[in-house]
Ligand binder design. Sequence first.
Ligand code: C5P
Length: 398
Amino acid sequence: MTDYAKKRLVLGVTGGVAAYKAAELTRLLVKNDIDVQVVMTEAARHFVAPATFQALSGRPVLSDLWDGQGGNGMAHIEATRGADAVLIAPASADFLAKLAHGAADDLLSALCLARACPMLVAPAMNREMWDYPATQRNVTQLKRDGVTILGPASGPQACGETGMGRMVEPETLVEDVESFWHPKLLQGQRVLVTAGPTFEAIDAVRGITNLSSGRMGYAVARAAIEAGAEVTLISGPTCLTPPAAAKTLSVTSAQEMLEAVNNEIPGCDIFISVAAVADYYVLNPSEQKIKKDAHIFTLELAPNPDIVANVMNLPNPPFCVGFAAESENLYEFAETKRRRKNLPLLAANLVQDAIGHEDNELILFDDDGAHPLPRAPKIVLARQLIERVAKLYQKGKG
Ligand code: C5P
């Protein structure tokens, strides 16, 4: 499987109020294991001090074309060598104009010309500046030149007006950059992912649930988006922010999750059932909060429907992937579960490795046997899983 080496990004920050969001963007990029070199224009330094970016990226910020201190004194050439992309965020109207015309009168514009890697640009400006014909011409020219334009978004602006021109939010930009880099193994496929725990009500305030955080399912949704899929995420209760590009539906109980899956499954190519669905629900939950007394309290439980089994039993089921969390005998229990559920692919992990952790270890089981994936962040494992899904899905179709 692909070895996801650490990516290198040159982040260009230009002069606009959204420069303050570039600080958060830097933090998130670094958190996503991306090596970030920040380059600021003179105008950007009026909005945020370079020390902020230096602290967040762990590297001195580059700004001056004439500061010959580092390397061979040609930072405009050196900065992008070995980089996987240049991202300009925020990109002011002025900087778009410079890029469109090939101006190179400061370090950032010069390195954009001298780069040997792709460029992504996230414009941010007042709505009238965005609509101005010259700006629109510049954007059209940049697209023709092979530059990827991210946004802008619409909404309230720092100037007090509302409209098109807000910089795309940092979380979304990180997703966009990651998607840009990943092979489009599932381009055009519709993927449905379930994630998180379910919550089975006992009364108005209590319920039965489990320790699933939803992280693995959200990572799988994100990896499928990166691979070019159109993703619907059906999530039980979690504290996570779903990927911006996913259609996300929130549910509480297993019954609600089943209904949401049944509604979304028609036209779906791949179903990845990551959710830790509660095995039982409470018969006759109380609408009011149950008062305590001194007696033994008995709950009557009934088994929940098996969602993935329901999907597998459809006349034309999509390619289905299951998950198994076990506390012992992982290989034996997981493969038995895969065969019992008749799943072409099942990802298994030990609960003690997975629950509540940012990293995990997964073993993929399919007709070719077991494929262990070494300990890694959940997003890295999710990408490897999606690679395997794409391979088996294409094989099944071919
Ligand atoms: O049988 P077990 O719960 O261990 O199986 C786990 C797999 O089955 C997961 O993919 C999970 O999402 C799915 N599942 C389900 N509906 C249930 C229970 C589990 O879809 N009621």
